[in-house]
Write a protein of this length. Structure first.
Length: 116
């Protein structure tokens, strides 16, 4: 990214673009770089008190498609706890990284969701 910023600054110095145009280009470049650094995977772990386990690592680019492959038991547990996976995907695309949810029910069900 440093090289690209230097190119933009050189264009400003040479008078090929205005300082305002250079500023807009650098801002856009930084924004693009930040999005690239955002979370790339959504992790979902569900351990039911009945011994059923789910451990998913979903690439963000495929997350919307992969929703239909979440096992029925895991989907029911998520629904019971009002967890909206589509909203989690949106958070990941906005750059949220880290733990989003860590729940353990009285029955012993455990649900953990994070973006890495």
């Amino acid at each position: 990214m440093r090289e690209e910023i230097m190119t933009i600054l050189k264009l400003v110095e040479e008078g090929k673009i205005t300082a305002e145009e250079g500023d807009r280009l650098i801002t856009a470049l930084e924004s693009k770089h930040e999005k690239r650094e955002a979370g790339k995977y959504i992790r979902l772990m569900v351990n039911s008190h009945e011994g059923k386990k789910v451990n998913l690592r979903i690439p963000l680019g495929l997350a919307s498609v992969m929703l239909r492959y979440i096992p029925k038991d895991a989907r029911m547990t998520l629904d019971e706890h009002k967890i909206d996976v589509e909203e989690l995907i949106l958070l990941a695309r906005e750059g949220k990284i880290g733990e989003i949810l860590d729940v353990e029910t009285e029955e012993g069900d455990k649900v953990k969701i994070w973006i890495e």
